[in-house]
Structures are given as C-alpha cells and as structure tokens.
Ligand binder design. Structure first.
Ligand SMILES: Nc1ncnc2c1ncn2[C@@H]1O[C@H](COP(=O)(O)OP(=O)(O)O)[C@@H](O)[C@H]1O
Ligand SMILES: [Mg+2]
Length: 255
C-alpha cells in the first residue's frame, strides 16, 4: 500500500512590482497555498479540484519536489521527501501542462533521452516504450517532429515519458487540458489503468466532469485552502458534483 501525504503545506509568493501594476494588486505577497493537508492511497485516484488560481499547480509542484514549501511536509510511504529528494523523485511521475517537449525532436528520441536520464536499463526501456507507445497509439507518429504533432498527441507523448521509470506515484496537473474528447478519453483510460495497477494517482483539474468520471475521492481547493475532502459518493450523494460544490462554495464564501 502506497501513500502520499501533504501535511500543512504553505507557499507564499512575492509579487513583483511589474506584476502588481499589471494586475492592479495592492498586496506584495500572495499566499498561493494556505495550510493544505490530505493523503492519497495506492489504487485510487485523488482529485484536487478548484478554479483557476486556487493553488492546484503550486500544491502539485510541492508534492513533486519541484518547489519547496515555506512550511509543511510531504511524506511518501511515511518517508519525508526532504530525507532523500532524489529517491522521492524517482518514485514520482510529474505531468504539467507547461512540460516542454523539444519541438525539433520526436517521440522516439525523447523517450530514449528520458529513459537514459532515469537510468532505465536499455532492454527494459525498449519494452516500456513498446507498451506505452501501443497504449497511446504513438507508434504511428513516433518519428514525426514534435512541432508537427497536435496538442493531444503531444500530451500523450508527455504522459508516456512521465511514467518511463514505472513510478508508484502519479502527480498529474490538469492532464486533459486542451485535449479533444478522444484524446481526453485515452488519457482517462490510461489513468484508470494505472489505478488498476495499484499506482497512487493525484490529479488536479478545474473540470468537474473529469473528477466525476475517474476520481474515488476529491478535495476542493479555493483560495489556497481545502474546503472539503471526501469520497465522490459522499460528495455527490446522487446529485451532480457541480451542484454539490456550488453549494459548498457558497456556504464557504459566507464565512
Ligand atoms: N511563481 C509565482 N509567482 C507569483 N505568484 C504565483 C506564482 N505561481 C503561482 N502564483 C499565484 O499563486 C496562486 C495560485 O496559483 P496556481 O497554483 O498556479 O493555481 P491553479 O493551478 O489552481 O490555477 C495564483 O494567484 C497565482 O497567480
Ligand atoms: Mg494550474
């Protein structure tokens, strides 16, 4: 059983003078994540749902060891990621919308490059490539320049690359953003397959629909705080998730 736990995470950004003027902000600091705690388990998909600017990406980046929290801790299988960040990183897949693929390269070469970075032995990497390319139907465009691929194709390549090292934890930030219905369906199916394989999956999204379709549990995050965290069944209780969250949000805003 794997667990990934966020414990009292806080992250504040200093807002630059230019940004303040552009966005007409008076504050010098923005509390992006304000005391967030939750635990996700293997064999489940945990959703972080929230509007734009809620603090989802910042939370995901702290989980993935890409940025350091001001305070709070992240534990995977009970081990603090601070103890051995490299080992933690080797257990994580991190997917984000601004993951940059080398536009002049192609899926084949990118895959080999990242397999090398993650020290995946050559025969294992080949086998993994075959499996993942088949899952995502990448073979047909594996040698096509990234710059010539659609957004959906690029996202599939990004996902395949993110799990090259067969990690136990999948941290997927807005995995279906900008994808058409076919590509998002493929991505959804892949996430469910990973769940079946016992991976621990945390995904962030602003799409109720995605959470409703694949999450077992979800937390709603508003202004850097979790306002509710429960099983999908309890959250919806026979209603649409959007309706339930609308009520929770309205109730929360009154406080
Ligand atoms: N590097 C940064 N510098 C300043 N502000 C930031 C930075 N990253 C995020 N923010 C701010 O923190 C808040 C949360 O952002 P983010 O985590 O990206 O939200 P989400 O992913 O939910 O849309 C937003 O107000 C955003 O503008
Ligand atoms: Mg985001």
């Amino acid at each position: 059983m794997h667990t990934l736990e966020a414990r009292n995470l806080v992250k504040t950004f200093t807002i630059s003078e230019r940004q303040r003027r552009a966005q007409d902000l008076s504050e010098r600091k923005k509390i992006a994540v304000n005391d967030i705690s939750f635990t996700a388990h293997s064999g489940e998909v945990f959703g972080l749902l929230g509007p734009n600017g809620a603090g989802k990406t910042t939370t995901m980046r702290m989980l993935a060891t890409l940025i350091r929290p001001d305070s709070g801790e992240v534990f995977y299988d009970g081990v603090n990621i601070k103890e051995n960040p490299l080992k933690a990183k080797a257990s994580f897949a991190f997917l984000t919308t601004d993951l940059q693929l080398d536009k002049k390269s192609n899926a084949n070469d990118m895959f080999d490059y990242f397999a090398g970075l993650y020290h995946v032995p050559k025969d294992k990497a080949e086998q993994r490539k075959k499996e993942l390319f088949e899952t995502f139907g990448i073979e047909s465009f594996a040698d096509t320049k990234i710059s010539k691929l659609s957004q959906g194709m690029r996202q599939k390549v990004s996902i395949a690359i993110s799990v090259i090292h067969d990690p136990d934890f999948l941290i997927f930030d807005e995995p279906t953003n900008g994808l058409d219905i076919i590509a998002s369906r493929d991505v959804r199916d892949f996430i469910l397959k990973m769940k079946q394989e016992g991976k621990c999956i945390i995904l962030s999204t602003h799409l109720f629909d995605l959470v409703e379709k694949i999450c077992d549990r979800a937390a709603m995050i508003v202004n850097g705080k979790i306002v509710v965290n429960d099983t999908l069944q309890n959250l919806t209780n026979g209603r649409s998730l959007e309706d339930s969250f609308y009520d929770i949000y309205t109730e929360y805003s009154k406080k």
